[in-house]
Design a protein around this ligand. Structure first.
Ligand code: PGA
Length: 250
């Protein structure tokens, strides 16, 4: 059974509300009627109401780049799942490498966020990936296994259906260096085998694993054409409507 691809835009800390609205207004006509893949935009929290309003009724979902695992409380600067859902958000990234690197997110925090997201019915996109030193030391497989096992602690096969994983080799993010389609597919196979070990082959076969790291219109076809690659998480090349639409329509 083929897995429906998810092509997602991680806008990081870019765009004003006016720029975000202009993006959505230009992007939607470019992908109108596109049903082969699911599409999602991940803007900063302050942009969510604007993007949601502009995308309402379209085939494009909207989510957060980060959520807190607590229901509510004294967590200055954070966004709760209830707040995200109240403005219409349906998806969230969890454990992006920039969150791990600059905001000290550990596998344990990723795990708490995954449980909270599933409890509240969000589609979680759990990000994993090795840094360059780990790849060069031949540790990629072990790093991915540790991250997946840590993220999935306490997750059962019954809970797992909404989960999406994004494999993002950290050395490929924002660097213009892309994993070759074969390298990405190898990593995806390691991740899928780990999921199979934890949750069973049936769950693993259905789980979508996206690739992220310098995906561009020029390399989208080669990457997304791999059977193991079930979509893309796109940073830089998702900031312009025509570029992101080209990736969606690879
Ligand atoms: P990039 O970012 O496409 O700019 O490499 C991907 C990501 O960080 O999700």
């Amino acid at each position: 059974m083929p897995r429906k691809a998810l092509i997602a835009a991680n806008w990081k800390m870019y765009k004003t509300p006016a720029e975000a609205k202009a993006f959505v207004d230009a992007f939607l006509p470019l992908v109108a009627g596109h049903t082969r893949d699911e599409m999602a935009l991940f803007p900063s929290p302050v942009l969510l109401p604007t993007v949601m309003a502009a995308a309402r009724g379209s085939n494009v979902a909207v989510g957060a780049q980060n959520i807190h695992f607590a229901e509510e409380g004294a967590y200055t600067g954070e966004t709760s799942i209830a707040q995200l859902k109240a403005v219409g958000g349906t998806h969230t990234l969890i454990g992006h490498s920039e969150r791990r690197q600059y905001f000290a997110e550990t596998d344990e925090i990723v795990n708490k966020k995954l449980h909270a997201a599933l409890k509240h019915g969000l589609v979680p996109v759990v990000c994993v990936g090795e840094v360059l030193a780990e790849r060069e030391a031949g540790q990629t497989g072990q790093v991915l296994k540790t991250q997946v096992t840590g993220a999935f602690a306490g997750i059962t096969a019954e809970m797992a259906a909404p989960i999406v994983i994004a494999y993002e080799p950290v050395w490929a993010i924002g660097t213009g260096k892309t994993a070759t389609p074969e390298m990405a597919a190898d990593a995806h196979r390691i991740i899928r085998a780990e999921v199979a070990g934890l949750l069973g082959a049936g769950v693993a076969a259905k789980m979508r694993i996206l690739y992220g790291g310098s995906v561009k219109p020029e390399n989208a076809t080669a990457l997304l054409g791999q059977e193991e690659i079930d979509g893309a998480l796109v940073g830089g090349a998702s900031l312009k409507p025509d570029s992101f639409a080209k990736i969606v329509k690879y």
